[in-house]
Design a protein around this ligand. Sequence first.
Ligand code: RB5
Length: 191
Amino acid sequence: LYGVCRGNSGLCGSSCGENKVRRKINKNTADIEILPSTLRREIRKEMYTMIAIGCDHGGFVLKQEIIKFLESAGYEYEDFGTYSEESCDYPVYAKKVAHAVADGKCEKGIIICGTGIGVSIVANKVKGIRAALVHDCFSAKATREHNDANVITMGARVIGPGLATEIVKIFLETPFSNDERHIRRISQIED
Ligand code: RB5
């Protein structure tokens, strides 16, 4: 991954006003975190073309909190609904997010319902989806490193917005380990 200076990002150390590739940047959280926020946004756009997010009525309020985080951190996202706390059916929204990721329209997905369970069951039925129900930071990191999870699900009736946001941050920033044993095991998941 390379940083692209667009004149005001400060990447090249001055306002050159040109699109120049100046410096190699590791796809590594620590490296990215020390960069100015404008540049972090640019890099994240390169890293994650689009995040798919969705919820049912039980997850609506938490989804809005997560969206606030995505916006402040510079992630691009597509919100697949639902868009209010009016009662609805979680499979509808879980399928929308899962298909957006499976079809390659979005790179990763976040789905929230009351428990996180229903949406995780639905998402994991979509071919190519590895959805992890996550309510702690350790699992968020581990499921990226070991399972290369491309969707996380959470329950808004289980955890609060602070922890949920930390989990999302870890999920989006942790790379897959690429270890041979994990690649082998993931390849055994699908028929
Ligand atoms: C809705 O009441 C609730 O069943 C749903 O949000 C989810 O928890 C299902 O797994």
